[in-house]
Design a binder for this molecule. Structure first.
Ligand code: 5GP
Ligand code: MG
Length: 175
């Protein structure tokens, strides 16, 4: 039972802003002359997506997908379902998935399979955070903000039971 949850800051807003800026520069460089379709994974990556695309100097399109994994607040069950798929045509587009965190990798590899079936011209992954210690499925990550330790993190869009998404910094949550 959770009696008290402790928040400890691990990445502050300035570090986030610097990482977002660096990722945007990499994406601007790599997608020059292209019209990428960004696919943002709801709900956790909404804040990252909003900050990132404001620094992208590209004629981009943006779509959102929503996935469910029927788990508890902190553990995904490993069974992923597409609750809301892409509404924008994907075929022959340069698709860039925007994620908040890659943990076991199960969610993102499911999404990559889903998108690959729609025959994009290219398919890449940009994640704000990466927790490689927990990986169960290999995932190609093309743009990575931070590598985080094997702890549950919240803030900057990331939740625990729908709380803490509004925090401007990233925290670990410990019982
Ligand atoms: P995966 O399928 O890679 O295990 O994790 C997918 C989803 O689990 C992430 O998109 C995120 O919604 C959630 N998740 C995994 N680790 C964390 C974490 O440390 N904090 C939060 N808030 N969500 C996480
Ligand atoms: Mg996510």
């Amino acid at each position: 039972m959770v009696f008290q949850q402790q928040l400890k800051i691990i990445i502050n807003r300035d570090e986030i802003a610097k990482a977002v800026n660096r990722l945007a520069r990499e994406i601007n460089r790599d997608y020059q002359g292209k019209h990428p379709l960004l696919v943002s994974v709801l709900r956790g990556s909404f804040m990252f997506t909003a900050d990132l695309i404001r620094q992208l100097d590209l004629p981009l399109e943006l779509d959102f997908v929503r996935l469910s994994s029927y788990g508890t607040a902190r553990e995904s069950s490993g069974r992923v379902k597409v609750v809301q798929g892409t509404k924008t045509p994907v075929k022959d587009k340069d698709v860039l998935v925007v994620e908040d965190i890659v943990d076991t990798g199960i969610t993102i590899s499911f999404l990559l399979d889903y998108l690959r079936k729609k025959q994009p011209a290219s398919l890449k992954v940009c994640t704000l955070t990466d927790k490689p210690s927990r990986r169960r499925v290999p995932v190609p990550i093309d743009y990575r903000g931070f590598t985080v330790p094997n702890k549950f993190i919240v803030g900057y869009g990331l939740d625990c039971d729908q709380r803490f998404r509004n925090l401007p910094d990233i925290y670990t949550l410990e019982d």
